[in-house]
Ligand binder design. Structure first.
Ligand code: Q46
Ligand code: ZN
Ligand code: ZN
Length: 308
């Protein structure tokens, strides 16, 4: 297999794009495509300050690397969830993230939940009796709250996450099975900011997971291979497997599922005006935007952990 650009030996063959590239040209192709998606979906302008949510995994570290290589002003935010018991997941992911930032001289903000709020995420879930053994819903509320808080307090224009095509296609599949119009409407490469809510962007949303793994590997990025132990057995992993089976027999199916959805969404298929989201309220405790009047879900959750 030969590189389409230089005719040298290809190391990556992307059947879905009918494209094979050598290492050098693959490492050029990924950032060039990312720059194209950032422009196409109007994610952010060159002078805007970007906060990248980094977990220590291949996608978020690659995203940070790409934005840095493209010359964007991108700083990192690492959230220490305190998921360590037996596995040391948080400790290792933090070490690799800090190492990545130090090697490139990048600015990294760290919020450690046990230190800042006195509880790790599994304990928070147990104390609030949410999640039935899986702390993911608590984790999601906490992460969203902290990401928005840091973006707002530190004056970032936009919050970027490393969601790839496999992530997006799995969420889309779940929302389509349930025909959840609200969720379908909220799934897009860019969610505009409003009422104190930071703009959110997903610059990697059109890259297959394996493309990002190849990028991280070929760029020599050291990342944590293990997923969070609580992701094992999740529905989203099951949907990813199903979509991979489909992709194996029909290369490109995953990408076309996602892109056709974006087109349908753009054409107004879901019948709700995207640019007029419902106005948000302000949480009286933390000042963050919230969907309903009164305390935000994070503050209500934290209240339950206080001993009377
Ligand atoms: S939500 Fe659940 Fe993830 Fe939080 S507890 Fe782990 S698996 S990290 S994306
Ligand atoms: Zn080449
Ligand atoms: Zn609040």
């Amino acid at each position: 297999m030969k590189c389409r650009t230089c005719g040298g030996k290809a190391v990556v063959n992307m059947r879905q794009h009918k494209l094979a590239l050598c290492k050098e040209h693959y490492l050029d192709w990924v950032p060039a495509q990312t720059a194209r998606f950032i422009k196409k979906y109007r994610m952010f302008a060159p002078q805007e300050r970007v906060l990248v949510a980094v977990s220590g995994g291949k996608d978020s570290l690659s995203l940070w690397d790409i934005l840095h290589r493209l010359g964007y002003q991108a700083d990192g935010l690492y959230l220490g969830l305190g998921i360590d018991e037996g596995v040391g997941y948080s400790a290792e992911s933090r070490r690799l993230t800090e190492q990545f930032a130090a090697q490139r001289g990048l600015t990294l903000h760290v919020v450690d939940f046990p230190q800042t709020y006195g509880q790790n995420i599994p304990n928070l879930a147990a104390l609030t009796h949410r999640g039935q053994g899986r702390p993911c819903s608590v984790c999601g509320v906490a992460k969203r709250h902290e990401m928005n808080r840091i973006a707002r307090d530190m004056g970032y224009d936009v919050l970027a996450t490393g969601h790839n095509l496999d992530d997006e296609a799995a969420v889309l599949f779940a929302n389509t099975l349930a025909w959840s119009q609200d969720y379908l409407l909220r799934q897009a490469p860019v969610l505009p900011g409003h009422d104190g809510l930071a703009r959110k962007v997903k610059p990697l949303c059109r890259f297959y997971e394996k493309e990002m793994a190849a990028y991280a590997l070929l760029s020599g990025i050291e990342y944590i291979y293990e997923e969070c132990p609580f992701s094992v057995g999740s529905t989203s992993i099951y949907y990813k497997e199903l979509l991979n089976q489909l992709e194996n027999t029909r290369p490109g199916a995953k990408l076309s599922f996602y892109l056709r959805f974006l087109e349908a969404r753009e054409s107004g298929m879901f019948n709700l005006p995207e640019d007029s989201p419902p106005p948000l309220f302000r949480c009286p405790t933390c000042g963050q935007p919230t969907q309903y009047e009164g305390k935000c879900s994070f503050c209500r959750m934290m209240e339950k952990t206080e001993t009377p």
